[in-house]
Design a protein around this ligand. Structure first.
Ligand code: ATP
Ligand code: MG
Length: 314
C-alpha cells in the first residue's frame, strides 16, 4: 500500500489514513480475498490482502480502473457475497447477510416496474413495518403518512419534481431512476451507506447539485459512506479519505489490493468554492498522477468539459 512515501513535489505530502484510537470502527476488512471459479480446477482471484478499517462517520471515496473489484468490495461489505479468505465486520459484528445496517445504491439499480416512484421508495420500510404491526392498525396508517412525507422530501431533495412521484419507472429517464434509487437508500437512514457510481448517469449540473446534497446529508447525520466513483475530482470533493484499488504493476496476476489509502486534507472553504481553489487543483493533479501511473483508470474527467462555476455551484 502506498502511504506518505508518495510525494510528487516538495510541497505535497498527505498523511496516510489511520483511524484514531478514540473513534469507533464501523467497517473492518481483514486479509480479505475473493476468488471466483474460472473453469476446470482454476480460480480467478479478484481481490487479495484487503485490509481496511473505516471509522464511524468517514466518507470514503474508492477509485480504481474498471474491473479492479470496486463493486465486488461493496457487495462483500453489504453481505451479498462472501470472501473466500479473511473477515469482514460491520459495527463489530461479522457480516453474514444483508441487513438494515447498510444502505446500498447498486451500480445497476432496479426499481419495481409496477410501483410508482413514491411506491418504490416507500416499499422497504413499509413492508418491514407492516410485518410488525399489520396494515389495519391506526399506528400503521400514521407511520405510513409520515413515511410518505419523508420519502417525498428525499425525492425532492434528489431533484425530482412533485409531478414525477406518481410516475412508473418506464416513464423516467435513467438519471431520474438513479435518483429514485438514491432516495430509496437514504430513506432507510442506514448507519452505513454503500454507493456504487451513484452519480454516473447524471448530467454535470445535476451531478454537481446531488454532490452538494449528499455532502449536506452526510454533514447532518454523519453516516459512514463508502462511495465508488471513476471521477477523481468527485472523489476528492466528497471524500474525507481516498482509497485507490488496483493491481500492483510488478504482479502478473489480475488481483487487486489497496494501492493508495490517504486522508483528504480538510479545508475551511465552503463546499461550492473548494473545487476552484489552488489547493484542490494541486491535490487533484497529485491523485490523478498516482492513479494513472498505477492503472489505466478511466479518464472520464479528461474527456468531459472542464467544470464551470455554474456547473459546480448550485
Ligand atoms: N460472479 C462473478 N463471477 C466471476 N467473475 C466475476 C463475478 N463478479 C465479478 N466478477 C469479476 O470480478 C472482477 C471485478 O468486478 P467488479 O464488478 O467488482 O469491478 P469494478 O471495479 O466494479 O468495475 P467497473 O468500474 O467496471 O464497475 C471483474 O473481472 C469481473 O469480471
Ligand atoms: Mg463496478
Amino acid at each position: 500500500m502506498v502511504s506518505v512515501a508518495l510525494k510528487l513535489g516538495p510541497a505535497l505530502e498527505f498523511p496516510p489514513a489511520a483511524v484514531p484510537a478514540s473513534r469507533r470502527i464501523e467497517i473492518s476488512l481483514r486479509d480479505v480475498a475473493l476468488s471466483y471459479p474460472a473453469g476446470g480446477e482454476g480460480v480467478k482471484t479478484v481481490l487479495s490482502s484487503i485490509n481496511l478499517e473505516i471509522a464511524q462517520g468517514e466518507f470514503v471515496a474508492v477509485l480504481g480502473e474498471t474491473g479492479c473489484g470496486k463493486s465486488t468490495m461493496l457487495r462483500l461489505i453489504l453481505g451479498q457475497e462472501f470472501p473466500t479468505a479473511g473477515t469482514i465486520e460491520v459495527d463489530c459484528k461479522p457480516v453474514t447477510k444483508i441487513d438494515a445496517r447498510c444502505g446500498y445504491v447498486p451500480q445497476k439499480y432496479s426499481l419495481f416496474p409496477d410501483r410508482t416512484v413514491l411506491g418504490n421508495v416507500m416499499y422497504g420500510p413499509e413492508n418491514m413495518k407492516s410485518r410488525m404491526l399489520g396494515r389495519l392498525r391506526p399506528s400503521f396508517r400514521h407511520f405510513r403518512k409520515e413515511l410518505r412525507d419523508q420519502a417525498t422530501a428525499y425525492l425532492l431533495r434528489m431533484g425530482l419534481r412533485s409531478q414525477d412521484l406518481g410516475k412508473y419507472p418506464h416513464q423516467l429517464s435513467g438519471g431520474m431512476q438513479q435518483r429514485v434509487a438514491i432516495a430509496q437508500a437514504l430513506l432507510m437512514r442506514p448507519a452505513v451507506l454503500l454507493m456504487d457510481e451513484a452519480f454516473s448517469a447524471l448530467d454535470s449540473a445535476t451531478r454537481a447539485s446531488l454532490q452538494e446534497q449528499l455532502h449536506t446529508i452526510w454533514r447532518e447525520s454523519r453516516p459512514t459512506i463508502v462511495f465508488v466513483t471513476h471521477n477523481t475530482q468527485e472523489a476528492l470533493l466528497l471524500g474525507t479519505r481516498l482509497i485507490l484499488l488496483g493491481r500492483h504493476q510488478e504482479e502478473q496476476a489480475q488481483r487487486s489490493s489497496v494501492l493508495l489509502d490517504m486522508e483528504v486534507p480538510s479545508t475551511r472553504l465552503a463546499f461550492g468554492q473548494r473545487i476552484h481553489s489552488h489547493e484542490f487543483h494541486e491535490l487533484h493533479e497529485y491523485v490523478k498522477q498516482i492513479a494513472y501511473k498505477s492503472s489505466s483508470l478511466h479518464r472520464e474527467e479528461d474527456t468531459a468539459q472542464p467544470p464551470t462555476v455554474e456547473g459546480n455551484l448550485q
